[in-house]
Design a protein around this ligand. Sequence first.
Ligand code: CO
Length: 286
Amino acid sequence: MKKLILTGLITLMSCSMGINAQSNPPKKGILLITFGTSFPEARKTFDHIDEMFKKQWPEVDVHWAYTAKFIRQKLKGQGIHTDSPAEALAKMGEAGYTHVAGQSLHFIPGSEFHDVLKTVEAFSGIPKGIEKTTIGSPLLSDHQDMQRMANFICETFPASDNKKEAVLLMGHGSHHDANVYYPAFQYYLDELSPDHFIGTVEGFPLLDDVMSRLDAGGYQAVKLVPFMSVAGDHAHNDMAGNEQDSWKSQLEAKGFEVEIVMKGLAEYDEVVEIWIDHLKEALDAL
Ligand code: CO
């Protein structure tokens, strides 16, 4: 008897829940997820990304989240509030979004991306919250992304014809297995140009590894380009800083003439378009 009443209750509860769910009109949202930056000039790069996504989906709201806690806290000290991915998703659920597609603005599917993936998946089907979430993959995820990006790099940053110049990209690098995307990208560059190289700050290959290739190539000059979404801390300090251990200083000490490109790659439409294509897939899967 008791059991019967309980079953009845559960049926009643699920009925009323069903009615509630039906009265909730579907509402799609986009969540762009980046590591973040505290460099004011670099945040203008985020404005460019924001504009391009809004132009592509004028009918869908675009929200942002920063994964780096220390950056969020630094900005908080300056009176600027930014959400973590979990905060942004909780707020979106509360605001009535039923379907949210996240887009990782990372370069490789490393540890940052996998953390984001876990968070976004955790918010899928939350009671009284978002019904479904999906996520678009990072910039470099498959063969086609690698080809598109290598084409863009070689066309946008050609090696000078006037002097024997190498173009050296500075990637972030990772302790995650996905660091292999960086040396793999070198293969795609090699297919297009003998003068384009990639190194990383924290992974493989390091500057020392690339240096032997620069020496062997008989180059006189090196053009340094950040292989990152924004020209932030790593670009200003590790790449172009005046400290002895910056890439610029180390290359100059070796006798190379160094030119700096101080631009985040997300300032270029061609790069943001790759993320846009990945979000298209995530929105289709909602
Ligand atoms: Co870093």
